[in-house]
Design a protein around this ligand. Structure first.
Ligand SMILES: *Cc1c(COP(=O)(O)O)cnc(C)c1O
Length: 411
């Protein structure tokens, strides 16, 4: 039992650790890993910045050295484990450090199968770093499940999926992938960043490890860079615990404290993100200034049925193609007042960006074409502001950006 879950807390109201077996999501978000402080009764566990801890006798300690473990990190790890319905949680200094650490569980000579429109940084790590460490990757379109069977080799060890994908919000059927992968003895890792555990819990669908860029929805306030991983598998957990300490890409206690504070409202934020995103998607779909809209909550999404089956909500990310070209898109992005032109996502504030020239500029043009990342494709991270204000902001920016198309043509 981790110290955070210990039930011998003098001030603790809870006789047993707060786990997902007994409580709902909102209760877990607020209470898991957040017992009143044993020494002072402080309802919010204090920020513990000490890098080292006094031992009562040699080897007799709760915490030893802060890279290995510390109170704020173990509290946060208990919270994310509970929310993802896992038994072991791990926090890292970024989502990318999480990816690197998980892939470091593989031996030299291993083969990975990854969904083709995986997060750019994951693609880069697999292609440029893992490759040089002797781990090779095949990227496949996992919307066609037979592609997975075809890609499995004798040295395949792991399937890496992301669903929904970025920025075209394609879905992968996690249960179907897990079934095929497990038959062949492969582990399944799901990057659950885009939905958060509020809307999707991949471990329940058969995944072995779930990872997040906690920089996004989990922290939710665009002021912490962090990653987390959760598993139910004890053997994988002990490898991850070893590598977390050995590689040392760990977050600071302060960032853990901030992220845990963010988690306490994850359920409230996610509900509002999804309500607002649905309204924005429907507004865009009805607009004559828009070519097409991608949102899993729209009936027009090609995998809407899978979305309804696999997810408990459709999330806060909406992508759309504005009527016009990349210049029209650029004008739209300059003319919104509430949607800030910026990379990243998942914070309370609304953001907008142009994947072809920002987050996905690193891809070759052919790769972008294949994935449908056109020059007029805009990605929105719909925040939790008042929906009327967000729609009005989009309406005025669309109107003015698209109207100037005809000016260009007239000239
Ligand atoms: C941002 C992101 C990452 C990388 O996380 P960092 O915290 O930026 O290192 C990984 N996966 C997805 C889906 C992301 O959006």
């Amino acid at each position: 039992m981790s110290p955070a879950n210990a039930s011998h807390n003098r001030f603790g109201a809870h006789a047993a650790p707060i786990t997902s077996a007994t409580y709902g999501f909102g209760t877990l978000a607020i209470h898991a890993g957040s017992e009143p402080d044993a020494a002072t009764g402080a309802v919010i566990p204090p920020l513990s910045l000490s890098t080292t801890f006094k031992q009562r006798a040699v080897g007799d300690f709760v915490y030893e050295y802060s890279r290995s473990d510390n109170p704020n990190r173990s509290n946060l790890e208990a919270a994310v484990a509970a929310l993802e319905h896992g038994t072991h949680g791990f926090a890292f200094s970024s989502g990318s450090a999480t990816t690197a650490t998980v892939l470091n569980t593989l031996q030299q000579g291993s083969h990975v199968i990854s969904v083709n429109d995986v997060y750019g940084g994951t693609h880069r790590y697999l292609n440029k770093v893992a490759q040089s460490l002797g781990v090779t990757t095949t990227f496949v379109d996992l919307a066609q499940i037979d592609n997975l069977r075809d890609a499995i080799r004798e040295n395949s060890r792991l399937v890496w999926i992301e669903t929904p994908t970025n920025p075209t919000l394609r879905l992968v059927d996690i249960a179907a992938v897990a079934e095929i992968a497990h038959e062949a003895g492969l582990f399944v890792v799901v990057d659950n960043t885009f939905l958060s555990p509020y809307f999707q819990t991949p471990l329940d669908l058969g995944a072995d490890i779930v990872v997040h860029s906690a920089t996004k929805y989990i922290n939710g306030h665009s002021d912490v860079v962090m990653g987390v991983a959760v598993t139910n598998n004890d053997a994988l957990a002990s490898k991850l615990r070893f590598l977390q300490n050995a590689i040392g890409a760990v977050p600071s206690p302060f960032d853990c404290y901030q992220a845990q504070r963010g988690i306490k409202t994850l359920h409230l934020r996610m509900r509002q993100h999804a309500l607002n995103a649905q309204r924005v998607a429907e507004y865009l779909e009805a607009s004559s200034f828009v070519e097409s809209v991608i949102y899993p909550g729209l009936k027009s999404h090609p995998q809407h049925e899978l979305a309804c089956r696999q997810m408990r909500g459709f999330g806060g990310m909406v992508s759309f193609r504005i009527l016009g070209d990349t210049h029209t898109a650029d004008r739209f992005l300059q003319r919104t007042r509430l949607f800030t032109l910026a990379e990243s996502l998942g914070g309370v504030e609304s953001l907008a960006e142009l994947p072809a020239r920002m987050t996905h500029a690193g891809l070759a043009p052919e790769e972008r074409n294949e994935l449908g990342i056109t020059g007029n494709l805009i990605r929105l991270s719909v925040g939790v502001e008042d929906i009327e204000d967000l729609i009005a902001d989009i309406a005025q920016a669309l109107d003015s950006a698209v109207r100037d198309n005809s000016d260009e043509i007239a000239i």
